[in-house]
Ligand binder design. Structure first.
Ligand SMILES: [Zn+2]
Length: 181
C-alpha cells in the first residue's frame, strides 16, 4: 500500500483573500495565485514515493457562485505548476450533509480507495482545524501551519512553514523505515 500527503488547497497551495478573519476562496483563474515555491518542496515528497493529493471544500459549486469549468481551469493550472497526483473536491454545501465536506473524512477515504493508500501512515497538511479533524477521524498524522484557524481540535504538529512541515514528514518517514529495517 502507498502512503499519501493530503494538502488543503486554499491558503496552502494558493493565496486566499482574508475578509473579517475568514479565508475567501478565489473563484476565477485571474484571482487564482499558486504558491509556486511549494513545487520543489512537494517534489521532495514525491521523490520518496508519497502520493500527493490536494483537497478542497468548494461549496460555491453547489451554491452556484463557483463555475465548474472555471474551477477546472484553475485546477489545470495548479497541476501544471505543482507536482500533484490528484485534486479532490467537495462541491457540497453544509446543508447537503454529504460525507466529503471537511471536517468529515470522505475525501481522504475516496483517495484511499482510488490510490490504494494506507491512511494510518499518511499525512495531512493544512492551516485549518477542519483538515486536522478529518485527519484524526481517518487515522492520518496532521501537520498544521501556524494560523488563526486551528480551533481546539487535536492536531499532531504545528510548524511555522511548509518547508519545515516537509522536513518533518521526511524525518518521520526515515524513522519509520529504520524501524521496519
Ligand atoms: Zn461533499
Amino acid at each position: 500500500m502507498k502512503l499519501a500527503v493530503f494538502i488543503e488547497r486554499d491558503g496552502v497551495l494558493n493565496k486566499v483573500r482574508i475578509e473579517r478573519q475568514h479565508q475567501v476562496s478565489p473563484l476565477t483563474l485571474e484571482e487564482f495565485h499558486v504558491h509556486t515555491e511549494a513545487a520543489p518542496l512537494l517534489q521532495k515528497l514525491t521523490a520518496i514515493g508519497l502520493v500527493i493529493v490536494a483537497t478542497t471544500n468548494q461549496p460555491g459549486l453547489s451554491r452556484g457562485y463557483q463555475n465548474r469549468r472555471e474551477l477546472d481551469r484553475m485546477h489545470d493550472q495548479l497541476r501544471r505548476l505543482l507536482p500533484l497526483d490528484d485534486i479532490l473536491v467537495c462541491p457540497h454545501d453544509e446543508t447537503d450533509r454529504c460525507p466529503c465536506r471537511k471536517p468529515k473524512p470522505g475525501l481522504l477515504v475516496e483517495a484511499a480507495f482510488k490510490w490504494k493508500l494506507d491512511l494510518d501512515r499518511s499525512f495531512v497538511i493544512s492551516d485549518k482545524w477542519q483538515d486536522a479533524e478529518a485527519a484524526r477521524t481517518a487515522g492520518c498524522t496532521s501537520l498544521l501551519l501556524n494560523s488563526p484557524w486551528h480551533g481546539a481540535v487535536h492536531r499532531d504538529f504545528v510548524l511555522p512553514d511548509l518547508s519545515t512541515i516537509v522536513d518533518k514528514i521526511l524525518h518521520l518517514q526515515t524513522a519509520a523505515r529504520a524501524m521496519v529495517a
